[in-house]
Design a protein around this ligand. Structure first.
Ligand code: FAQ
Length: 317
């Protein structure tokens, strides 16, 4: 009994230390004591974020061999390689919480772990590469800038580096769109068509509305999320609409209008049925994305085995 009381007291003290750090805005580091819920929440979010970066390489990879110039191909290759690197920083950040890379990949392959809704849509034309860079990376940056101040140290530090690279990605996407809008009528139509198809899924990237988001209240309490899903979505809309108008694109939302009182854009309703259908495995490309990842992961098994054998050999020298 005495031992149990001591244990309870110690747990209470450790929790107070953790809450004190969160309150003061100190970073939580891997060896710090943290509540189980905090650890689980981060593993879920960071691993899903890592999976998104890696799966996100597929729709863009589809255009490497068909890029319209050598320069465009070089830029696209560099961007896709960056996304793979982001995945690696994030898997490493998640590993500091006590999960292995293998466990995370298994969770992805069995459907236990999600990845961003957006990467389940096909990239049909070169304009889609512009739209992915401009809108998808644009939405990702808005979220990730806010995550630079997230409470978990390794996640926050990964975000600082990732954000620098994402802003280059966003600009290269916008440049593609701007160029196409200055081109022939066919090119302009292609850019508008890409805008129409990617706009709504990009808004969904921020997750359900605040009242419908089950993880937000814990995430805000623990300062994992520094802004809510709706706040970030609004920021993205307000930033993107003038960019679209500047190059002559039409917003695919008839309800979109500037609200003088609120000093931001009002937008039309988001199709949440589509969002849940896609994140639960039934989007246009979910099966294709997972099959590709599982196959390539299997084929790369020998590389992992060789790397492991090499590091073991080095340990023994
Ligand atoms: N897609 O309660 P909430 C990129 C799920 S990186 C799929 O609001 P939370 C770079 C959510 O997991 C893009 N599922 O959840 C790039 C939960 O289900 P669960 C990725 C979503 O975590 C560009 C349920 O709905 N960025 O694009 C989505 O508090 C170009 C309830 O939702 C990140 O992951 C969604 N969009 O808030 C790469 C950023 N939204 O897990 C290549 C980090 C929600 O209980 C090419 N993550 N769900 O089964 C976050 O900030 C958060 O996790 C949110 C969701 C905001 C995504």
């Amino acid at each position: 009994m005495e031992l149990l009381e001591k244990y309870d007291k110690l747990s209470e003290q450790l929790l107070k230390t953790f809450e004190g750090k969160i309150e003061r805005g100190d970073a939580i580091e891997p060896r710090d004591n943290m509540p189980d819920g905090y650890r689980k929440h981060l593993i879920r979010q960071i691993s899903q974020h890592a999976h998104s970066e890696v799966i996100g390489m597929q729709p863009e990879g589809n255009w490497i061999t068909r890029a319209p110039s050598l320069k465009a191909k070089q830029v696209l290759l560099a961007k896709i390689q960056d996304e793979g690197g982001h995945g690696l920083y994030l898997y490493s950040a998640a590993e500091t919480l006590g999960i292995t890379r293998k466990e995370m990949i298994d969770q992805l392959h069995t459907g236990k772990a999600k990845y961003s809704n957006i990467f389940n849509y096909p990239s049909l034309t070169w304009a889609d590469i512009g739209a992915i860079g401009w809108l998808v990376d644009g939405a990702a940056i808005v979220n990730q800038v806010s995550l630079q101040r997230t409470s978990y140290g390794p996640y926050s530090r990964a975000m600082v580096r990732i954000c620098k690279e994402e802003s280059f990605h966003q600009r290269q996407g916008y440049e593609i769109m701007a160029k196409m809008m200055k081109g022939t009528k066919d090119q302009q139509e292609m850019a508008q068509d890409a805008m129409n198809r990617w706009w709504w899924p990009s808004l969904m990237m921020f997750g359900p509305h605040d009242g419908e988001s089950p993880h937000t209240s814990d995430a805000v309490k623990w300062k994992i999320k520094r802004s809510s899903n709706d706040e970030l979505r609004q920021k993205f809309i307000d930033k993107t609409v003038p960019q679209a108008e500047l190059i002559g694109l039409t917003m695919p939302d008839k309800d979109l209008k500037w609200n003088e009182t609120k000093n931001c854009y009002d937008h039309g309703p988001i199709d949440w049925n589509e969002f849940y259908r896609v994140i639960n495995g039934n989007g246009p490309c979910n099966r294709q994305r997972m099959e590709h990842h599982a196959r390539v992961h299997h084929e790369g098994g020998w590389v992992r085995a060789a790397a492991e054998a090499y590091s073991k050999k080095k340990e023994n020298i």
